[in-house]
Design a protein around this ligand. Structure first.
Ligand code: GMT
Length: 398
């Protein structure tokens, strides 16, 4: 902890002898503030699922965010939501959300006697938590930062943010990263030497599971279903998804189901029209029932140019759907090439097409890989173990 500690006073024993006082230990952290992005995206999902799991284990959880995280669909009496809303004012060219968030953090820590803040995504949440802690001195407040992805690989290394991102990471009490790849990128790009723990993202196999019966019909029974889900940002390589599908569809009757929304969506719709496949592509937009959609896919496609983990690939595996993804970033730590799916260089579209065709034309291979994926999701990325590991991180701050 970098917060100031009270100096322990010497105590007198019953024999009159003065003993050196043992520094007062802080209580086990039980009250935790969690800050994350609430819109669709993996970091918000991980933060929400972690908060829900902790609440089920008896922790008091306070989400402090711009709005209710989209996966926060379960009620728990020890789970609270605090909205950090910046006031608008004509002088502001940009609303200073970080400051409103910091103020809300301070208020919630004081009103509910929180032990620590756990922020998901360094930018700008770790900086807000640092400032909140300074404002609260001499109260002790732990700060745990989880690095998720482009906070390290893209936006955090921008000259406009580099120094503050590095400082915020270095001044957190504990730092975790969602893959080995991301930990190494943080160390290399920011010259960070402090320990960073890898705690993988996790999935609940009871929620993301194969479904024998579904009322949802995405394609006629004679067509295969290829699925992609993301926030449609440039790193997701959306045009590649459409191009791969157009090639696959020449050989196999198939529908492409695109879930999500973002800046690349309009271009993707246009490209689908240009390639003459638009009638076979369903753009569903944002959906918050991925556990119902993913099991309907025959394969899941993720040709990203940058991906620190790829939570949705893990969710697909858990639902017994083989993944065809890029061989970059943290994806090889999640998807095993030739075992639970196939991995290719994001620029090698022919590789993606070949693997997709291999899976779509061989039911046995597809089922075998799907089942193996579910086993891996359950055994290596189970929620219980990862939640235990986060709790150990919290307890190390005492
Ligand atoms: O980093 C981002 O751009 C957004 C973030 C998100 O909120 O979805 O995604 C990152 O965190 C996810 C959860 O840990 C990971 O599964 C994603 O791989 C990662 N995205 C990237 O690295 C591009």
């Amino acid at each position: 902890m970098t917060a100031q500690r009270k100096t322990p006073r010497a105590k007198s024993s019953s024999s009159g002898e003065t003993r050196r006082a043992v520094p007062a230990r802080r209580r086990r952290p039980r009250k935790i503030g969690i800050t994350c992005y609430s819109h669709f995206g993996g970091s918000g999902v991980v933060a929400t699922e972690l908060g829900l799991a902790l609440a089920r284990r008896g922790f008091e959880i306070h989400f402090i965010a711009h709005r209710l995280p989209f996966r926060l669909r379960e009620f728990s009496s020890n789970l609270y939501f605090h909205e950090a809303t910046p006031a608008s004012y004509p002088v502001f060219e940009q609303t200073p959300y970080n400051l409103a968030l910091t103020t809300k953090m301070v208020e919630v820590v004081e009103n509910y006697s929180l032990d620590l803040l756990h922020v998901h995504y360094a930018m700008p949440f770790a900086a807000s938590a640092y400032l909140a802690r300074q404002l609260l001195l001499p109260r002790q407040l732990g700060v745990v930062t989880t690095l998720h992805g482009t906070d390290i690989t893209v936006v955090g290394v921008e000259p406009a943010f580099f120094r503050v991102t590095k400082f915020s990471i270095e001044s957190s009490d504990r730092v975790t990263a969602v893959s080995r790849y991301l930990k190494e990128r943080a160390e290399e790009s920011f010259g960070i030497t402090r320990p960073i723990d890898v705690i993988y993202n996790f999935v609940d196999p009871a929620v993301f599971a194969p479904r024998k019966h579904s009322s949802i019909r995405l394609a006629p029974p004679s067509s295969k279903v290829i699925m992609h889900a993301s926030n449609f940002r440039p790193v997701k390589n959306i045009p590649a998804v459409i191009r791969i599908f157009a090639e696959v569809r020449r050989k196999v009757a198939a529908k492409l189901v695109m879930v999500g929304d973002g800046p690349e969506k309009a271009g993707a719709e246009q490209l689908a029209r240009e390639l003459g496949v638009d009638r076979d592509v369903l753009f569903l937009g944002n959906q918050d029932c991925m556990e119902e959609l993913l099991p309907l896919a025959d394969i899941f496609l993720l040709p990203s140019s940058s991906e620190s983990f790829g939570l949705v690939a893990l969710e697909a595996m858990s639902a017994e759907v083989p993944v065809v993804a890029s061989s970059i970033g943290g994806l090889p730590e999640v998807v095993e090439h030739g075992m639970t799916g196939f991995l290719h260089d994001p620029g090698h579209l022919a590789g993606f097409v070949g693997s997709a065709l291999k899976l779509l034309t061989n039911d046995r291979l597809r089922r075998t890989m799907g089942r193996r994926g579910r086993r891996v999701a359950r055994d290596r990325f189970g929620a219980d173990e990862m939640v235990d590991r986060y709790i150990r991180v919290y307890e190390s701050l005492r």
